[in-house]
Design a protein around this ligand. Structure first.
Ligand code: GDP
Ligand code: MG
Length: 516
């Protein structure tokens, strides 16, 4: 494939604006999948994605498209929309030259529309605005066009109005991809330089790395080196994602595909790594900014005999989701386990669900907390306000964008739900880290016969907030399910944990964690 006939693009949007549905239509129009009535979000392959109806993992598909007698190779990356997964989006963009910015014709610009636009803009990608769902009764594509012009400074006549559901005008999206997105700037004559932008672990084949080739060519049998580990491997298989893996003889610069090279350990082929030929070492590509976890929780096996299985499950899953941080931890009550960092609560729930569904693991998660830096002194007397308004921009007559500085603890748990119900679902929300701020906080220990119980320690900004019981509903459902599992497992077994000199049944802890 000549480089000038390759386009690498991503679909980005606020959650539910129709990215995955548009991806279905693009796959059908290019003959990648058969056109049937049953194609619903086909790139959402994970069970958790199908159950929740949301994308949590970026997915790649290579499409072939004929236009004016030329054949084009279009590499599509569908991305998640929820704020917790924006790390997936920014990684995907590193393999692209352009994005389709999908906006719902009824809802207009929302918080993640703005966040995703700026990710693409900062990466200097071409942005094609696509106004979707024009079939809806309340659709107002002209209003959305004006919003796009006002907020993003993109002329309104560049917007493409479609219905991804009905397939209306989707062909012109393909046209625009070819006309407006530049081919990748790559050099096939240079030595191989491939960026690992995602990877998964397959029980039989080991690590499957998703790669974007910036320079050179790679074929089966080549000896390659990982810039990260400096280990050498022989390539067993290369291919394209169509959207399922389809082996090819070679992958050329400009292409996006997968590579299997006998990496058996999950610490190999890290996301962000550069692969090059053994004989021709190159300067590694800039990797990725590591994700910054916002929410921390303890994770323990339901039964200590499951420790090693759970350890290997967590390692494999974090290979596929490198934004999770893992540190060993142990607890008097729950035994040996880990302290995990997540990008948000939904991310935590999804990770937990994937562990259960894809690795058959049963775990106990402790109440999530946000990070604090404690200064051990009592002379801070400034009364911190809990939120400070930073600015306000009117997107149009009906919609305003407000920026606030919030303590993270106020927004991670139920802020999003409260905002949605207060605004009858109209408001949307995105956040980024603004650094640590000083505040008057108290670490609240819970003592059992004079001994601190680490699992129950919380940081509170006043007593009232604690009484509001804000943490109660965050994952009650999950715990109930786990308690059932626990009950089953505990039958016939006596589960007593010793805290200092008091013996406490393990499920008493689970109950306390649930009602905290
Ligand atoms: P994503 O979260 O951006 O990937 O959005 P999805 O593709 O999962 O779509 C969210 C919902 O919007 C689904 O129920 C789709 O059926 C629906 N949807 C997507 N495109 C259209 C459209 O053009 N018209 C209508 N009426 N509904 C659509
Ligand atoms: Mg989706």
């Amino acid at each position: 494939f000549p480089v000038e006939n390759i386009r690498n693009f991503s679909i980005v949007a606020h959650v539910d604006h129709g990215k995955s549905t548009l991806a279905d239509r693009l796959l059908e129009l290019t003959g990648t999948i058969d056109k049937t009535k049953n194609n619903k979000q086909v790139l959402d392959k994970l069970q958790v994605e199908r159950e929740r109806g949301i994308t949590v993992k970026a997915q790649t598909a290579s499409l072939f498209y004929n236009c004016e007698g030329k054949q084009y190779l279009l590499n599509l990356i569908d991305t998640p929309g929820h704020v917790d997964f924006s790390y997936e989006v920014s990684r995907s963009l590193s393999a692209c030259q352009g994005v389709l910015l999908v906006v719902d014709a009824n809802e207009g610009i929302q918080a993640q529309t703005v966040a995703n636009f700026f990710l693409a803009f900062e990466a200097q990608l071409s942005v094609i605005p696509v106004i979707n769902k024009i079939d809806l009764k309340n659709a107002d594509p002209e209003r959305v066009e004006n919003q796009i012009e006002k907020v993003f400074d993109i002329p309104s006549d560049e917007c493409i109005k479609i219905s991804a559901k009905l397939g209306t005008n989707v062909e012109s999206v393909l046209q625009a991809i070819i006309e407006r997105i530049p081919p990748p700037k790559v050099h096939r004559k240079n030595p191989l330089r491939a960026l690992v932008f995602d990877s998964t672990f397959d029980q039989y084949r080991g690590v499957i790395a998703n790669v974007a080739l910036f320079d050179g060519v790679v074929s089966k049998g080549d000896k390659i080196v990982s810039a990260h580990t400096q280990k050498t491997y022989e390539v067993n298989e290369v291919g394209v994602l169509n959207p399922n893996e389809q082996p090819t003889h070679k992958l050329y610069a400009g292409q996006v595909g997968y590579l299997i090279a006998g990496m058996k350990d999950v610490t190999e082929a890290q996301i962000g790594d550069t692969l090059c030929l053994h004989k021709q070492p190159v300067e590694p590509l800039p990797g990725f900014k590591s994700a910054k976890p916002m929410v921390f929780a303890g994770m323990y096996p339901l039964d200590q005999s499951e420790y090693n299985n759970l350890k290997s499950a967590i390692e494999k899953l974090t290979l596929n989701d490198s934004s999770v941080t893992v540190h060993r931890d142990s607890s008097l009550a729950l035994g040996a386990g880990w302290r995990l960092g997540f990008l948000g609560l939904l991310h935590m729930e999804v990770f937990n669900q994937r562990l259960e569904q894809e690795y058959n693991a049963s775990v106990i998660l402790t109440t999530p907390t946000v990070p604090y830096k404690a200064v051990l002194s009592s002379s801070k007397l400034i009364k911190a306000r809990r939120a400070v308004q930073k600015n306000m921009i009117f997107i149009d007559q009906n919609r305003v964008m407000l920026k606030y500085l919030f303590p993270l603890n106020e927004i991670v748990v139920d802020f999003y739900d409260s905002l949605k119900s207060l605004s009858s679902g109209y408001a949307s929300f995105d956040y980024e880290d603004a650094g640590y701020q000083t505040a008057e906080l108290v670490k609240m220990d819970i003592l059992l016969n004079g001994n601190t119980v680490e699992e129950l320690v919380t940081v509170v900004h006043n007593v009232k907030a604690y009484r509001k019981n804000v943490l109660a509903k965050c994952y009650g459902g999950d715990i109930t399910r786990k308690m059932k599992l626990l009950k089953r497992q505990a039958e016939g077994k006596k589960k007593l944990r010793k805290i200092g000199n008091v013996e406490v049944p393990k499920d008493a802890f689970i109950k306390v964690l649930k009602t905290q």
